[in-house]
Design a protein around this ligand. Sequence first.
Ligand SMILES: *Cc1c(COP(=O)(O)O)cnc(C)c1O
Length: 384
Amino acid sequence: MIYYGKQEINKEDIDSVVEVLKSDFLTQGPVVPRFESAVALYCDTKHAVAVNSATSALHISLLALNVGPGDYVWTSPNTFVATANAVQYCGANVDFVDINLDTYNICVNALELKLAQASLLGKLPKVVIPVHFSGQSCDMRQIHRLSKKYGFYVIEDASHAIGGRYLDQVVGSCKYSDITVFSFHPVKIITTAEGGMALTNSNKLAKRMELFRSHGVTREFTLSSDITHDPWYYQQTELGYNYRMTELQAALGISQLSKIDEFIKRRHLLADIYNRELKFLPLKLPYQTSSVYSTYHLYVICMQANSPISKIDLYQNLKDNDIITNVHYIPVHTQPYYQNLGFFSGQFPHSEKYYQDALSLPMYPSLSKRDQLKVIATIKSTLK
Ligand SMILES: *Cc1c(COP(=O)(O)O)cnc(C)c1O
């Protein structure tokens, strides 16, 4: 079977996890802070807070920014449901901004229009979460400009984009945002099995995210002179969660991070081969913005009006040949849960049109040349 995405684990990865298993700490030891420092250094960011998933990272990011009932948070409909769900966890109201049909990222023009309208209604968002779809950064300079004009925070959902670049910045630098979130799920760029991280340059936000990661409990509090605390005392100041990453996951993360540039280079090689081999077929291939270095987390093709067959036929034909493709994403607002909140089909037409046409081809560093050629040959023969 050839899947659309897959982790790459070598002996070093395994050895580093086994080493932790033999050590004193399986959780809350020295390895998680080491992984955090390594990612912060790689991304040129001050703080990194490791958690058990990107979903948790999104949740504590929103909590750190005091998002709660009555607040609005906007994101792209072309994302995994987790991005919107994290807003719901906070009791806030999620809303969406349609995508650009070149990049499949949030459309900055649509965002600007919606902000102007929301401003008149007094319903501006507290936070906007751009999603760097497929590993290609959103137009962060423009989004940053709008955040200053309209006064909202920015959380980058960079679940696809660790190791990517935007202008002269590494994604995660938070130059144009308050917080950036990564995912380390096995299909993502590097993995810790489950895992995520939230990066920020703000001392205050980092402290708050650390608090929400672990029950809202801290041992660092202002000792007032007239109270002496017992040495075992700890203090709960917020309602936090248990979102901690384990030492085993962090060890795997450190080992994986050492290979990240190699992984992404390999993804680019695979993308180049797809680009070359598929370009004369009636398919729309991924568009690349010149100011962006994508991670190619996904390689998405779109069916064209002149395609001789439908997407489902192509999907099925690939599946009959043991090639399992996937679709990213079913627009979040069309999910029954979100329809029950009042969203409706037709509301964000670009994301819906894109969803009709899109198919994610196998793309992962260990995809062999032979397997990729099989994918290409099957697509060619199906579209003939
Ligand atoms: C994978 C993903 C998430 C959720 O990541 P987890 O680590 O599985 O919680 C959120 N947003 C996007 C865009 C993703 O691709």
